[in-house]
Design a protein around this ligand. Structure first.
Ligand code: ADP
Ligand code: MG
Length: 696
């Protein structure tokens, strides 16, 4: 039997009653296979004994006798204190919020104890420890490598260990291998049953490594089989006959409505923009081919918005409707205003839809949309609300796609028949990840910035010399330009010495820039207020905008020439890059000041220096990846793809590459090959949005 066919209910596992079922469901565990695939998030090596006297060297792991108990403190702070000893010394266990331990820890009895200890009040103490009675014959919690599981309310580590162990006993004996035998042999992997057993209860560190290697490879292999299979399917349908007249050089050219828009612009497209539009026109030219599934990558300021408008024009030409979705109301409004300015003169009907549009207007708007009286609708996630219906939605544009989850992306797609999809992202996705995450999508990359842009001059400054930064900004504003000040927090209180946007807006307005108009935006303000402030900033009435990272996404005010980021060490490099991209959008020289705490370590400083040395978002993203790990790369964590059971495409990049070669080679020999798929991958498959093609 394959693991995924193991649908036996949880209650068939000895000790699991109906009461526990909903608790397991909260962890996504619904049957025996689900429990077996609930991999540990960590392992604790308790195979080595560490006596109390060695507490300062590592975690203590020993057998003790309880000597005495007493109570310390008063009222709510009252806590049980238990004195224990092993052959090397004595220690005290502080049982905060665990009064029931009094009954369990009986003087004179023997226990296994494991925990972090420290020296305080002239004794060796611990308040974070695990202790359990030594019962002959029970599954020993010590003397071995123990799994540490993700938990939810009502489930403890001990329970999970017990039930997983039973599930292994009851069900895992005769599981069949899912990987092809040749691969298992070639890489010396474990058989499935053994790998599963060893990942939960490894006999040694070596066995654990082997088990992980096996299961990681298996997941990545299926992921790549999925990517490869889609690519093949797409190739097949794309190969359906296309009339030669339509598949000609004219596909590369702009359509007449697109030309009319371009004629009205004060500038011409960059080469990168032009190529992206050509790609899109080609994708959208053939009604009988599969719909477009394209990712448009381009650094901040590369002009992606305009490309999406040109795509929308193309959709409307074919009597379709286009929906342009942005992650924040601020950004959606900016796009809507630009769309109105550029496209309404061409006779297109534009609408703006967010959750905040009032009742009467909304009803009218929705009616027009469903009747096809609106060509292009720009908005937030409100675009896929239940009550929103489109007459003929043929193009979905998702701006800053990484801000949306997989589910949200598929919800908007479901509003049309099989709409074309254009996802835009300024977060460059490192190649290693792109292979998996967007492995079967087409990609256009805009590599150039509009001409005339001067690179932003970036400076590091210590907090104690921020006065000089303020002085410089003053000069810029006096010369007619505008500035952003960005802080990591909205309001203070959490950490006393951290500057926050609210109190700094106040301080800057009163003490530093009393003669210039200043305003504050952050995510807690209501939308109307945010809009007014942004409008006035754009119009130049407000000179200084104090903000949190809400301005990180998309905001476009070319006259702003200074970006001051305080506590810069609190931001990820990619976020800093996005923030810096808010300036340098006009013809003036722009500046970015990264102000850091005087106490910042050398390592922290080295990290910020990456920003001085690099202007390329791809390079910065790679650095970020190295420094902070994949979970931090904006958007990857929400994409759902890193949510595999045990594999991590970034950490396991090497295995991923091998799995890809294997999977594609196998598919090439036998494209119809039916392999038993692992569950996690099957789930990822179901949730994944429609994708495009990858070169085989
Ligand atoms: P992003 O790719 O970061 O979304 P935007 O679409 O916001 O960039 O464009 C940034 C700015 O560049 C806007 O003010 C836009 O009008 C301008 N822009 C776009 N394309 C060009 C171009 N080809 N030449 C000059 N300016 C351009
Ligand atoms: Mg943008």
């Amino acid at each position: 039997m394959f693991l995924r066919s193991l649908t036996a209910p949880l209650t068939t596992i000895r000790g699991i009653g109906p009461v526990l079922v909903p608790r397991f469901a909260r962890l996504g565990i619904r049957d025996a296979a689900g429990l077996l695939c609930h991999y540990p998030r960590d392992w604790e090596d308790r195979s080595r004994r560490v006596p109390i006297k060695d507490f300062h060297r590592s975690r203590v792991c020993t057998e003790v006798t309880v000597i005495a108990r007493d109570w310390i403190g008063f009222g709510r702070m009252r806590a049980l204190k238990v004195h224990v000893e092993d052959e090397s010394g004595r220690a005290a266990l502080l049982c905060f919020n665990r009064p029931w331990m009094e009954k369990q820890l009986v003087p004179g009895r023997r226990y296994r104890l494991c925990g972090h200890f420290y020296y305080k009040y002239r004794e060796i103490q611990s308040s974070s420890f695990e202790i359990e009675p030594i019962v002959p014959g029970e599954l020993a919690g010590f003397g071995r490598i123990l799994p540490v599981y993700p938990l939810s309310a009502g489930l403890t580590q001990a329970m999970l260990r017990r039930f997983v162990s039973r599930a292994l006993e009851q069900y895992a004996q005769n599981l069949e291998n899912e990987l092809p035998a040749e691969i298992i042999e070639r890489d010396r992997l474990l058989p499935k049953a053994a790998a599963l057993k060893a990942v939960h209860f490894p006999a040694s560190a070596l066995e654990l490594e082997l088990a992980k290697k096996t299961l990681i490879y298996e997941e990545l292999f299926y992921l790549e089989i999925m990517v490869g299979r889609r690519a093949i399917a797409r190739k097949k349908s794309a190969a359906s006959p296309v009339s030669p007249a339509r598949f000609s050089a004219s596909d590369r050219a702009f359509t007449p409505p697109q030309k009319r828009l371009l004629e009205r612009l004060p500038f011409s497209l960059t080469a990168g923009q032009e190529e992206a539009v050509a790609d899109i026109n080609r994708d959208m030219a053939h009604n009988d081919a599969p719909p477009m599934a394209r990712l448009l990558q381009g650094d901040v300021g590369s002009g992606k918005t305009l490309v999406s408008f040109l795509a929308a024009l193309r959709a409307v030409e074919d009597r379709g409707q286009a929906a342009i979705m942005a992650p924040t109301e601020l950004l959606a409004r900016q796009h809507a205003e630009n769309a109105a300015r550029l496209l309404e003169p061409l006779g297109l009907r534009i609408a703006f839809l967010t959750g905040n549009i009032k009742a009467a207007g909304r009803k009218e708007l929705l009616r027009s949309l469903s009747l096809g009286e609106i060509d292009i609708v720009v908005g937030t996630h409100a675009l896929f609300s239940k009550d929103v219906h489109y007459k003929n939605l043929t193009l979905v544009v998702i701006d800053e796609q990484h801000r949306f989850g997989v589910t949200q992306r598929s919800l908007i797609m479901a509003k049309g028949g099989r709409p074309h999809l254009l996802m835009m992202s300024a977060t460059p996705i490192p190649r290693t990840l792109a292979l998996t995450v967007f492995g079967d999508m087409d990609v256009s990359v805009i590599r150039d910035l509009p001409p005339g842009r001067k690179p932003v001059k970036t400076h590091l400054a210590k907090e104690s010399s921020e006065g000089r930064v303020y002085g410089f900004v003053r000069g810029e504003i006096a010369a007619g330009r505008q500035a952003y000040f960005v802080y990591p927090l909205i309001e203070g209180g959490v950490e006393a010495d951290l500057k926050d946007a609210v109190s700094m807006a106040d301080r800057l307005a009163r003490e530093v820039f009393p003669d210039f108009s200043l305003a504050l935006v952050h995510s807690k303000l209501d939308e109307e207020k945010k809009r007014l402030t942004m409008d006035r900033f754009r119009a130049g009435e407000i000179k200084i905008l104090v903000a949190t990272s809400v301005v990180e996404v998309g905001v476009d005010v070319p006259n702003a020439s200074c970006m001051v980021i305080e506590h810069a060490e609190r931001f990820g490099l990619s976020a800093l890059h996005q923030l810096r991209g808010r300036v340098g959008r006009g013809g003036d020289q722009s500046y970015c000041f990264l102000v850091y705490s005087d106490e910042l370590t050398e390592d922290g400083k080295a990290r910020l220096k990456v920003m001085l040395e690099n202007t390329d978002g791809f390079v910065i993203a790679e650095e970020d990846l190295k420094l902070r790990g994949p979970g931090q790369i904006a958007g990857i964590e929400q994409s759902g793809y890193l949510d595999l059971g045990i594999a991590n495409p970034v950490r396991d990049a090497e295995a991923l590459a091998r799995a890809r070669t294997d999977a594609f080679a196998i598919l090439e020999m036998d494209p119809g090959l039916l392999l038993p798929q692992s569950r996690v991958v099957a789930r990822v498959l179901e949730e994944a949005p429609p994708f495009g093609e990858v070169a085989l």
